[in-house]
Design a protein around this ligand. Structure first.
Ligand code: SF4
Length: 207
C-alpha cells in the first residue's frame, strides 16, 4: 500500500489542500476546524471555504453562536448542502467550552460523525486517526486492500494494517482520488496511475 498511496499522492497533488487543513493552517483554531469540517460534509471544498470566510467574520468562538440568530446563520451558510440541519448543529455548539480531543467525546457533538471527529483529531490535535468516508471505503475495497461492507469496518481494518505514516493523509488523498479518478459509478481505470496494482474488485463498468 505504501507504493500505491505514494503514486496517488503524486497524482492528486495539484488538486488542492484539504479544507480542514487549510483552515487550521490559517487559524490554528480547533473550533474553526470543527465548524468547517461539519460544514464541509457533502459540500464542495470551494463552497465551504467561501462560506467559512464569511462565517468566521462573525463567529470566532462558540459563544458568538449565541449572538447570531438562527435565521441569520442560515442565510450565511445557505450555499452549504443541508444548511438547515447544519445551522441547527452550529447553534447547539454555542455552549461548548472547548473542543474535545477524543473520538468518544467528539462524536457526542451535534453533526459530528466518526469521519468528522477523526479529521478534527488529526488536523487540530495532531492525533493519529483514520477518517473513512465513502471514497476511502470504496477505493480501498476496489484495490483489494480491505474486504468490508461498511466504512466503520474499513476504518477498523485500516487501523490494523495501514502504516501509521498514512493515517492522517489517507482521507484527503482518497477523497480527491475518488472524486477525480476512482469515481463511484464508472471509474477512469484507463487513465488510473495505479491500474497495474489494482484488481478492480467489484468494478463492473469503467472508462
Ligand atoms: S484501476 Fe480503476 S478501480 Fe482501480 S483504483 Fe484505478 S480507477 Fe479505481
Amino acid at each position: 500500500m505504501n507504493k500505491v498511496l505514494s503514486i496517488i499522492e503524486e497524482h492528486v497533488k495539484e488538486l488542492g489542500v484539504p479544507m480542514a487543513e487549510e483552515v487550521y493552517k490559517i487559524t490554528r483554531d480547533p473550533f474553526k476546524v470543527l465548524v468547517s469540517t461539519i460544514l464541509s460534509a457533502r459540500t464542495r471544498d470551494e463552497t465551504t471555504s467561501r462560506v467559512c470566510k464569511e462565517l468566521f467574520k462573525k463567529i470566532k468562538k462558540p459563544s458568538d453562536l449565541k449572538k447570531i440568530s438562527l435565521k441569520e446563520l442560515r442565510k450565511i451558510i445557505k450555499p452549504i448542502n443541508f444548511y438547515k440541519n447544519k445551522s441547527r448543529y452550529l447553534k447547539e455548539l454555542s455552549s461548548l467550552k472547548r473542543v474535545p480531543d477524543t473520538l468518544k467525546e467528539l462524536v457526542k457533538l451535534p453533526g459530528v460523525g466518526r469521519k468528522t471527529a477523526n479529521i478534527v483529531l488529526n488536523v487540530a490535535f495532531g492525533k493519529p486517526s483514520i477518517a473513512v468516508d465513502t471514497h476511502v471505503h470504496r477505493v480501498m475495497n476496489r484495490l483489494g486492500y480491505v474486504k468490508t461492507k461498511k466504512p466503520k469496518e474499513t476504518e477498523k481494518e485500516l487501523r490494523e494494517k495501514l502504516p501509521k505514516k498514512w493515517w492522517s493523509k489517507v482521507n484527503y488523498l482518497l477523497v480527491l482520488f475518488g472524486q477525480h479518478t476512482c469515481t463511484p459509478i464508472s471509474p477512469w481505470c484507463s487513465k488510473c496511475p495505479v491500474r497495474e496494482h489494482c484488481p478492480q474488485i467489484g468494478v463492473t463498468r469503467t472508462r
